[in-house]
Design a protein around this ligand. Sequence first.
Ligand SMILES: Nc1ncnc2c1ncn2[C@@H]1O[C@H](COP(=O)(O)OP(=O)(O)O)[C@@H](O)[C@H]1O
Ligand SMILES: [Mg+2]
Length: 258
Amino acid sequence: MSKSSAGQTAPRIICISSGKGGVGKTSMAVNLAVALADQGKRVLLIDGDLGLANVDILLGLNTRHTLQETVEEGRDPADLLVEIVPGFSLLPASSGVPEMASLTYEEQAFLTEMLDQVIGGFDFVLVDTAAGIGDSVLWFNRWASENIVVLSPDPTALTDAYALIKVLASRYNRRRFHLVINSVASKKEGVAVFDNMSKVLGTFLKITPLLLGTVPLDRAVSNAIRTQKPFMLAQPDSRPSLAVASMASSLLPLAATP
Ligand SMILES: Nc1ncnc2c1ncn2[C@@H]1O[C@H](COP(=O)(O)OP(=O)(O)O)[C@@H](O)[C@H]1O
Ligand SMILES: [Mg+2]
């Protein structure tokens, strides 16, 4: 297992993306973070969505500084972390994560170095990205060692997820993808969507994805957005909470493997 210079175990970096927007990336990222922390892990969530202050809104936060300013002003990025619940901190970069394409090579290297410093003491680093295959999405996916792709049963979510996976496979030779099928009417529907996706990925890209979990379409998720409280905390016994807790359990062994 790799160790950082401080003697800490290197965190497992997991990027959460989707081809299509609005499929539940932010909901999954926030609640997976809560679930992993609940299971005793130290978790950092990085808000890598450049467009909207998604994670901030979900958690009812008001962030004053951004990663952008920190890069520019050379401040200590650890000061940016906000503890949400014990064991779960957020790097609320939402409206300010620099668009990688607009950064010089040196700035990108600085940002990577800074992120490496910030993630030091954590077991898991989750990155909530924007949708699609923009530069920052690809950058975060390449930075991560594990790639989660969220999709819904909507046929366009399927084709867009395929497009994202295809780019990550062809450009960065990624072969291992954890799929989350969100907003399903039943487990059966979720598994059918996964099987469909597996068939397509196997046929065209020779990729065998892993099913991380299926999450039901449920008001606990939309209520959580309205009340700005993660559903894992507000409704821990709801079906989405049980699904996310089970996904977190499947991710736990990753923290201990190189
Ligand atoms: N399993 C679900 N059940 C009900 N509503 C959901 C579910 N997953 C996501 N949503 C709703 O879909 C919308 C988009 O979710 P969000 O997590 O912001 O997606 P993304 O980050 O992919 O854009 C939110 O309004 C959320 O409440
Ligand atoms: Mg989002």
